[in-house]
Design a protein around this ligand. Structure first.
Ligand code: MG
Length: 203
């Protein structure tokens, strides 16, 4: 399986990092080795002094597809999740400045937290999901999928132009504002519509 991540999909986050608003979705990949194993903590890697958390709504692909028309995108997924795209922001800033690929800062071992999965039928409207991240019991990020520049169905269509989607692939749909630094012994808890999707500590 592969993990496809969307960057710059919420205006408020584009502004906080002073990035340009893209004219098409920003897409990057994480390998399967990026996934944090069940019940494991997030280990802060020694090559970064500034790991950021980015909470994101996730989609799990259930059917093989390529060049999917967005009106059929909904037939390619049943499950919705929530996760964290852990980012070595110091490394990423250096790579961006030099026009180099982001992988070292985005796709490292343990950079992808994938919480539990819930059937999409449990939600009334996937374009109006309220989600949040709590750090040590305090809300640090909150978003609504209504504010995505590209909706879930549009993202599936766009991504599948470039990458064949396979069963089990996961799409990280982008983060809202409020990203910040991970310190040792932080506790992160993620919620969609008040329902808890994950809980993880950093070490
Ligand atoms: Mg992200």
């Amino acid at each position: 399986m592969k993990i496809i991540c969307i960057g710059r999909n919420y205006d408020d986050h584009i502004d906080e990092l002073k990035n340009k608003r893209p004219t098409s979705p920003v897409i990057f990949l994480k390998p399967e080795t990026a996934i944090i194993l069940k019940k494991h903590p997030f280990f802060i890697p020694d090559y970064s002094n500034e790991i950021h958390y980015e909470v994101e709504v996730l989609i799990k692909i259930k059917k093989l597809g390529k060049s999917i028309d967005s009106k059929f995108s909904h037939t390619y997924y049943d499950e919705i999740g929530l996760g964290i795209d852990f980012t070595a922001r110091d490394l990423q800033s250096e790579l961006k400045k030099n026009g180099l690929p982001w992988e070292k800062s985005k796709a490292f071992d343990g950079s992808a937290l994938i919480g539990k999965w819930v059937n999409k039928n449990e939600f009334n409207d996937l374009n109006n999901l309220i989600f949040s991240l709590h750090k040590n019991g305090k809300s640090v990020q909150s978003g609504n999928t209504f504010n995505m520049l590209w909706s879930i169905d549009e993202l599936i269509s766009e991504v599948s132009k470039f990458f064949t989607l396979k069963i089990g692939d996961v799409i990280f749909t982008g983060t809202p504002s409020g990203v910040g630094k991970v310190n040792e012994n932080d506790l992160f808890e993620g919620f969609i519509n008040e329902k808890q999707f994950f809980s993880i500590k950093s070490k």
